[in-house]
Ligand binder design. Structure first.
Ligand code: HEM
Length: 499
């Protein structure tokens, strides 16, 4: 599917954009050379060749043809795709002042109101304040206090898999969401499940779809935001706005109320609200939006499912990882997050999972703040810049096929395989603030599954890896056998969860 789905819309876009296109052409005529890209047409340029979904597949093909930088332009917009880690680091890290903004999304940011959240805020004072709060509440030392919560929730997920293995997608999704709701707001499972999980899921779908630059024609032609409220996208935007407002405000108010009664469970929100600030009203709103930006569970969910698919397809790797887990935990206990350093092979399996199919194959888009030159190429102000994580993870290697699941590739001193932790969580100043928490969630779930279950294909050769085309790319629904490795392992889980 293209940026703009239908011909009438294309016509409107073409009519509405000549001024912007003229400005663009004027820039070109100044003789500044932009990076190359697919052939372009008048006014619309080549920007409509970018698919709205799963664009990383096209970019991977174009990488061979156009190299490390691919440029798209048209309708007064420009998009730059970066295919190489050193280039991404040069721009996002070393030139962070220019490359740390987010695209201005008229619908998701303006109309739906998400432009107050850390993830969407432009690089500036408010973003810095929210990042500071996130660092206070989620740095690698502080998140140790959530180990027990994460381990408890992992055990509940394992018990659910024991009882209804065929619903493993649901169990993993709930695990990831419960961690976020529990860590951020201290919500007990029953409250989280009954009042917030479904709402959070629906809202995250809306956000994830709308976050792709160009998801709405209005993002290309911002004047459309003045169109009347009965226009379909306005109705969609109003619905999104109500959902986001609810998602960010309701659990936050829940914590405040519990705090006023002295009954709040430990949580990130409580920790941050306890910090004092001169301007209490502004500070409270800041905490609300900082904590409301923490719905990063989708990537954890996608990664654990990807791991399960990889295990079903690679029984030898699974056996090797299980042997390591057994060696450390014996038969009397479940793995704990504090075992992480003792399980090097499990850590390689996690790395290989993140590399084999990164959950955010195009990261989260950035925007340039001002004109720039890189390696002789002109990069205009306002360019949307996409880090093509997919092309880094799938870099061709003569010894190790990038499409195969081979954790051992990271141990080979004769090969230079980049550690996926240096790219799947983002870059520079906007690197994922939930990284330390997410690493622990992945370990608790993955070591736990390895400890208790054998995962296998339903029939040999039946499982063909396929992944969705959204911003967060999940495995497409698949079937596998999930069987307890022994009755003792099954009863260990039952004891651990008090069943
Ligand atoms: C496997 C799990 C996760 C992965 C792979 C992941 C990956 C990412 C990536 C690629 C970015 C974009 C960074 C950039 O622009 O360079 C990001 C941003 C972000 N992540 Fe995560 N994430 C994960 C889990 C989490 C969790 C659990 C949380 C919250 C507790 C979280 C909160 C955020 C926030 C708030 C941002 C926006 C930061 C900003 O714009 O300044 N993430 N994440």
């Amino acid at each position: 599917m293209n940026f703009v789905p239908s011909v009438p819309w294309l016509a409107i876009a073409a009519l509405a954009s000549p001024l912007l296109a003229l400005v663009y052409n004027w820039r070109q005529s100044e003789g500044r050379r932009t990076p190359s890209g697919p052939p372009s047409r008048p006014i619309v340029g080549n920007i409509l060749t970018i698919p709205r979904r799963g664009a990383w597949n096209l970019f991977a093909k174009l990488h061979n043809q156009f190299g490390d930088l691919i440029f798209f332009h048209g309708l007064g917009r420009s998009v730059l795709v970066l295919n190489k880690l050193s280039v991404i680091n040069d721009l996002f890290d070393k030139r962070g002042d220019n490359y740390s903004h987010r695209p201005v999304l008229a619908v998701l940011g303006g109309l739906m109101g998400l432009d107050q959240s850390m993830t969407m805020l432009p690089y500036g004072r408010e973003w810095r304040e929210q990042r500071r709060l996130a660092h206070v509440g989620l740095n690698a030392t502080v998140v140790k206090k959530y180990h027990t919560t994460q381990e408890d929730l992992a055990s509940i997920m394992l018990l659910d898999m024991l009882n209804t293995p065929e619903k493993f997608f649901d169990h993993v999704r709930l695990y990831a969401e419960r961690i976020i709701l529990s860590v951020t707001y201290g919500l007990p499972i029953d409250v989280a499940d009954n009042e917030y999980v479904t709402q959070a899921e629906e809202t995250m779908h809306i956000i994830s779809d709308a976050m792709v630059p160009g998801a709405f024609l209005c993002d290309l032609l911002p004047w459309m935001k003045w169109l009347p409220s009965w226009v379909p996208f306005q109705r969609e935007a109003a619905h999104g706005r109500a959902m986001i407002e609810h998602l960010v405000t309701k659990p936050f108010e829940h914590v405040k109320q519990d705090m006023s009664q002295g009954a709040a469970a430990p949580s990130l929100t409580q920790d941050l609200l306890a910090l004092s600030d001169d301007n209490a009203q502004l500070f409270e709103s800041r905490v609300k939006w900082a904590t409301g930006s923490m719905y990063g569970g989708a990537s954890t969910y996608a990664t654990v499912l990807t791991f399960m698919m990889a295990m079903a397809l690679n029984p030898e790797k699974q056996k090797r990882a299980q042997a390591e887990v057994d060696n450390i935990v014996g038969s009397d206990r479940m793995p704990a997050i504090s075992d992480i350093a003792q399980m090097p092979y499990v850590n390689l399996v996690i790395k290989e999972t993140l590399r084999w199919h990164p959950s955010l194959p195009l990261g989260i888009a950035r925007r340039t703040d001002h004109d720039d030159f890189y390696e002789g190429y002109f990069i205009p102000k306002g360019t949307v810049v996409l880090p093509n994580v997919w092309s880094i993870s799938q870099k061709q290697n003569e010894k190790y096929d990038p499409t195969m699941f081979i954790p051992e590739r990271f141990l080979d001193p004769s090969e230079e395989i980049t550690d996926p932790f240096t790219y799947v969580f983002g870059f520079g100043r906007r690197v994922c603030p939930g990284k330390a928490l997410a690493e622990n969630s992945l370990f608790a779930a993955i070591a736990g599954i390895l400890s208790v279950f054998d995962i296998s294909e339903v029939a040999p050769g039946e499982l063909v890896p396929q992944f969705g085309p959204s911003l967060v790319s999940y495995p497409e629904p698949f079937k596998c056998n999930i069987k307890p490795r022994s009755p003792a392992k099954a009863s260990l889980i039952e004891r651990r969860t008090g069943q």
